[in-house]
Design a protein around this ligand. Structure first.
Ligand code: HSE
Length: 322
């Protein structure tokens, strides 16, 4: 094979999918928290989930049911078909360390999947680019929630803000990251399965909602290019998805109102929820927003975890190679 490496560890970050109005077509990567995957080359061919920590025993250990296992298998099948370095059977043991809460809306399954796919590619001498790894990481999303959306895996792989102009064919556009933006992230102690949070969505929208939504998505992208955090905050307005999903998150509106009252530029659901994110002009504002949201959830009897992060510019990163 293309490298002599025997083991590679990769960290992959949490992501905020949708970024308010841009359902399924925009996502951003955070610096932390995240998941780590270590892949060891083994003499026996095949892919195994050797170990998972931090998941409370909840994730499948069966390779064919585990998002990381499925994605690495899809990658190896592709490399075999493309006769990569006159392909010889390869064995891999995957170990996952979960730093992300499951079902939180922070791209937990994507982080494990991306970390594993990047580690497997690195172990084989990096035959594919980061962009080329995307379809394999998306296979993990199909297993996780029944829809191979890319707005978590793409920023997780590539870093920054990533726009998905089209799924068929896949057309991914990386956007510049506003320099001074800070994110307040709150993860209430609730769990929402993405497939359930997709099932509640209406299948059709009115022309009026569509007009409002594409105005906001376009303004969000304009705000990113103009480095205008206030405009980005305004453009989080989502008339299609947020009203449906807010009903699944007890205390959502009070937490959002509390974040906005501290001066956050905007606030919405992270991915399919239940986490919320607020776009802020400074680190202090992000802490203030988190505190206000924490108090609002607490008043509703819900505990939470908070994170403050800038936008991660590089995506998943290799931590160790042996
Ligand atoms: N765009 C996806 C959704 C992200 O909102 O269902 C899931 O994390």
């Amino acid at each position: 094979m293309g490298s002599q490496l025997t083991s590679v560890s990769v960290f992959a970050p949490a992501t905020v999918a949708n970024v308010g109005s841009a359902f399924d077509v925009l996502g951003l990567a955070l610096e932390a928290p995240g998941d780590t995957a270590t892949i060891r080359r083994t003499p026996e061919p095949g892919i195994r989930i050797a170990d998972i920590s931090g998941d409370g025993g909840r994730l499948p250990r069966d390779t064919e049911k585990n998002t990381a296992g499925v994605s690495v298998a899809a990658l190896l099948t592709h490399l075999k078909k493309s006769d990569f370095h006159s392909y010889a059977p390869v064995g891999m043991d995957i170990s996952l360390e979960k730093g992300l809460p499951i079902g939180s809306g922070l791209g937990s399954s994507s982080a494990s999947t991306v970390a594993a796919v990047v580690a497997a590619n690195e172990l084989l001498g990096s035959p594919l680019s980061r962009q080329e790894l995307l379809p394999f990481a998306m296979e993990g999303e199909r297993i996780a929630c029944g829809a191979a959306h890319a707005d978590n895996v793409a920023p997780c792989l590539l870093g920054g803000f990533v726009l998905i102009r089209s799924y068929k064919p896949l057309d991914i556009i990386t956007l510049p990251s506003p320099r001074d933006i800070w994110l307040a992230i709150i993860s209430p102690a609730l769990e929402l399965c993405t497939s359930d949070a997709r099932r509640v969505l209406k299948r059709s929208v009115t022309l009026e909602s569509a007009v409002s939504q594409w105005g906001n998505v376009a303004a969000l992208v304009a705000g990113i290019y103009k480095n205008d955090i206030t405009l980005m905050g305004r453009a989080l307005e989502d008339t299609i998805i947020e009203p449906e999903r807010a009903a699944l998150i007890p205390g959502y509106q009070a937490a959002k109102d509390a974040a906005l009252a501290t001066g956050a530029a905007g606030c919405s659901i992270s991915g399919s929820g239940p986490s919320l994110f607020a776009l802020c002009h400074s680190e202090q504002r992000a802490h203030d927003a988190n505190k206000a949201m924490e108090q609002a959830f607490s008043a509703a009897g819900i505990s939470s975890k908070q994170y403050v992060s800038r936008v991660n510019q590089t995506g998943a990163r290799v931590m160790e190679r042996e």
